[in-house]
Design a protein around this ligand. Structure first.
Ligand code: NAP
Length: 543
């Protein structure tokens, strides 16, 4: 069987125009490949084109929520806030597309519906929802972690006569809330940001909560000119810190244990970190909060007291207080979230006590009555990590369906490749680290480009991870997740573990060993000549 009996239309197809897809497109183009890239949105920006809801902002830090490969760009661009808002991140990604001439590769408003590997030609065949078909040798995904939204599985939504929005499909034209009765379903990162932002606009705000979250303040504020100058002057150090931090944060790891620290000292440290906001409480206080349940119980008890000190009604405070460990599910950040529940026009509905049974013409029906509202905001999250893959038809060698391969949860090697799916590479895919995204997107984009260069220089036409490598990676990833507070993710409905969706396989979808460990493993894999990959010259030689 000849390889490439038909010339491919392009060398590589990239899906996605967020951080991952844009950078992969750039790198593949820079190593000389002809690249076509697609995105379902009508502009570049990935998740930031869709998640335009009021209050949407990253809780990563401004100096790290960007690429670092171009020093000139680092010296020219800066965000204006510590935690950049949606519009500014979108502006940054548009700048990336323009500055590096990436738009010409992209076909927007176009969904790739299938990607099928053809053994006769050794090429990937793609179909789009616009009826285009094309072939490529390499297939690279930058599909995003949170791109496949979900809705509550209860009847009657079509009967509701008011407005309905999902936070991740927010219209470009502003939505007015003034004087309206607004319902929000969901209290994850999107829900708490939304609630904190619209609370003073809505006439009534009813929050439907399934699982409460530990919501830290953000600590957001404008970035000062002096800070920008310092970051630019010390940029190599910022990169070093990010490279070595498990979450890709520009912080040194602390080396002190909560359980060994006197109560008054640790409480002062918690208070300081709480004021700093975001992930400071988790990463800047103690090293054992994620590993030792006793330490985690201490920080949770402290936060529970904090919630009780903010929320005036003790019953409501109790309902807002999680029972899961801090970090068992992705902790959100928002300013004024708990304070919102002190306002007389804000109600909390605990849907574990009072389940939503359906939607009506006028609002939301629960087991105990009907809530009449003008607007329903679904902040109900995503079929995270794997959803964007399993909604596509992806088939590898022998017609093997990715959906079948992942029927019990994702199986990959390093989150970068899948056995039986040759020359398919994923950036920020399932089983890659859960960390600040841009540094990982840059590392992984570089790694994929380097592997393709290695293939070209060594007469290798096809690569795929071995099945054994996948099994070992999944075992390691599971052991790491089981050793951390993430092991409580199932009870906490965490999307980390597929537990936010009924019927989804329960498996850890992300790697919690950290950005630094993953980057080291990827570097070692490359340095050793990709020992966990099959590397062959002909399709027929693939195992
Ligand atoms: P999410 O964290 O999955 O939260 C969804 C919320 O909806 C949860 O409270 C969930 O309850 C609830 N829910 C889901 N299905 C429901 C149903 N049928 N009935 C009632 N409630 C339901 O989704 P998200 O808030 O959109 O955030 C997803 C991820 O995107 C975040 O974890 C984060 O990684 C990223 N994100 C980041 C930022 C940021 O950086 N600041 C902002 C937004 C999003 P359960 O908890 O019980 O499942």
């Amino acid at each position: 069987m000849d390889n490439f009996s038909a010339a491919p239309d392009v060398d590589a197809v990239v899906i996605g125009a967020g951080f991952s897809g844009l950078y992969a497109t750039k790198r593949l183009r820079d190593i000389g490949l002809a690249v076509r890239a697609f995105d379902a949105a009508d502009g570049v920006g990935g998740v930031w084109t869709w998640n335009r809801y009021p209050g949407a902002r990253t809780d990563s830090l401004h100096e790290t929520y960007c690429f670092t490969f171009d020093k000139d760009l680092v010296n020219e661009w800066s965000y204006t806030e510590i935690h950049p808002g949606q519009a500014e991140v979108l502006e940054y990604l548009n700048l990336i597309a323009d500055r590096f001439d990436l738009r010409r590769h992209y076909t927007l408003t176009t969904t790739v519906t299938s990607a099928v590997f053809d053994e006769a030609t050794g090429l990937w065949n793609f179909l789009t929802d616009k009826g285009e078909s094309l072939t490529a040798k390499y297939f690279v995904t930058g599909l995003g972690l949170v791109s496949a939204p979900i809705l509550p599985n209860v009847p009657g939504l079509e009967e509701f006569e008011g407005e309905v929005y999902h936070t991740s499909r927010w219209p470009e034209t502003p939505v007015e809330f003034d004087g309206k009765r607004v319902a929000v379903i969901g209290t994850g990162s999107s829900g708490v940001q939304f609630v904190s932002t619209v609370v003073d606009q809505a006439r009534e705000l009813t929050v439907f909560q399934r699982t409460p979250n530990w919501v830290a303040p953000t600590g957001n504020r404008p970035v000062t000119a002096q800070e920008i100058e310092e970051i630019r002057a010390n940029h190599d150090e910022v990169c070093r810190l990010v490279r070595n931090h498990p979450a890709g944060w520009p912080w040194e790891m602390v080396d002190r244990k909560c359980v060994e620290t006197p109560a008054e000292v640790r409480e002062a440290m918690f208070e300081e970190a709480w004021e700093e906001g975001g992930f400071a409480l988790l990463y800047k206080t103690f090293s054992d909060l994620s590993t030792d349940k006793a330490a985690n119980d201490i920080v949770c008890a402290w936060m529970a007291k904090k919630i009780a000190s903010i929320v005036e009604d003790p019953e409501i405070a109790k309902k807002l207080t999680p029972t899961h460990p801090y970090g068992a599910k992705r902790p959100p950040a928002a300013d004024g979230y708990y304070q919102a529940f002190n306002k007389s026009h804000v109600r909390l509905v605990d849907i574990k006590e009072e389940p939503i049974t359906g939607f009506t013409k006028k609002g939301i029906r629960t087991s105990q009555g009907e809530f009449e509202v003008d607007v329903i905001v679904m902040a109900t999250g995503f079929d995270a990590i794997t959803g964007a893959f399993t909604r596509m038809d992806i088939r590898g060698v022998g017609g093997k369906e990715l959906n079948d391969h992942w029927s019990e949860g994702p199986l990959t090697y390093l989150g970068l490749g899948v056995a039986g799916f040759p020359n398919m590479f994923m950036v920020a895919g399932p089983q890659s680290p859960f960390a600040n995204l841009p540094p990982g997107a840059q590392e992984q984009g570089n790694w994929i480009a380097d592997l393709i260069v290695h293939m070209r220089e060594n007469g290798i036409e096809f690569v795929q991870p071995t099945e054994q490598a996948e099994i070992e990676w999944t075992k390691h990833l599971t052991e790491v997740a089981e050793s951390l507070m993430t092991r409580y993710g199932l009870e906490a409905n965490s999307w980390f573990a597929g537990a936010n969706i009924e019927g989804k396989p329960r498996a850890f979808n992300v790697y919690f060993g950290g950005h630094a460990a993953h980057t080291d493993l990827c570097a070692a894999e490359a340095a050793e000549g990709y020992p966990h990959f099959e590397k062959v010259a002909k399709v027929a030689e693939l195992a």
